[in-house]
Design a protein around this ligand. Structure first.
Ligand SMILES: [Zn+2]
Length: 253
């Protein structure tokens, strides 16, 4: 077959695959800089998306306080407006607040104007409650777009994805989730046993205390799995860090 005949379609397919990779791969830097690790083997960043959620977030705060584990909460603007006292409480307990858009759309299908508004409205909702603008942003579903990087820069936000996303939104027993979170300990074992672990990155773990479709979602299995792992992670020598404590950008290959 004449290679010139197949070349254009192969090119289009290649470009589409590249775009899809850049849009959703948590480590892809194609659509702007992304933080997907903590940059230090000992540091574990716990992150919670889709809250605040009155049914779960207060219990989660209690659990995190018990284990002295600061975390980062990527909040949905529409829920922030409905639960201002809870947002205030999250911040008062030393956790970091991040922007997770106003309505949780897939940004890959949002134009620049809609994207700008989604980010801006969530930032305003948070700012009105805690008098500080969020610095961190997590894209809903992990999806990014070619114009997101520039908009984040304009709004003073840094993109944060994850190194591990166990899928705690699924209707599964807590033991299933506990098993799915095992890689954190496995990575810690592997990294901390190396002579020079300063170049190995710790995990950014993506969990959910809410459901972007409605308030008061059931996320009990997330609490159960954390009850199991938090003391074990600390025994392993891991330190819990918020995004603000991550100083070095971990850019994965
Ligand atoms: Zn989300």
């Amino acid at each position: 077959m004449d290679p010139w005949l197949i070349a254009p379609s192969a090119l289009v397919a290649g470009a589409a695959a590249m775009t899809a990779y850049g849009a959703v791969n948590p480590r892809s830097q194609l659509f702007g800089p992304v933080i997907s690790g903590t940059g230090a083997a000992k540091k574990l960043a716990l992150t919670f998306d889709d809250g605040p959620n009155p049914a779960i977030t207060p219990k989660l705060l209690e659990l995190l306080a018990k284990h002295k584990a600061p975390a980062t909460f990527f909040l949905v603007g529409k829920f922030v407006r409905e639960c201002p006292a809870l947002v205030k409480e999250i911040a008062a307990q030393g956790h970091v607040l991040g922007n997770h858009t106003e309505t949780h759309p897939n940004l890959f299908f949002c134009g620049p104007r809609e994207t700008r508004e989604e980010l801006q409205r969530c930032t305003e909702a948070i700012e009105q409650i805690v008098w500080a603008r969020p610095r961190w942003f997590r894209p809903p579903f992990g999806f990014r777009s070619p114009w997101l990087g520039e908009i984040l820069l304009q709004q003073g936000l840094t993109n944060v994805t994850w190194s591990l996303i166990p899928g705690d939104w699924r209707r599964k027993p807590a033991n299933w989730l506990i098993e799915r979170m095992k890689p954190v300990a496995a990575h810690a074992h592997a990294n901390l046993s190396k002579k020079n672990s300063s170049f190995a990155s710790g995990d950014i773990l993506c969990l959910h205390d809410g459901d972007y479709t409605h308030l008061n979602a059931d996320r009990e299995i997330t609490l159960r799995a954390l009850e199991y792992w938090l003391p074990r992670w600390r025994d392993l020598g891991l330190e819990f860090v918020t995004m603000s404590e991550i100083v070095r950008k971990a850019v994965e290959p």
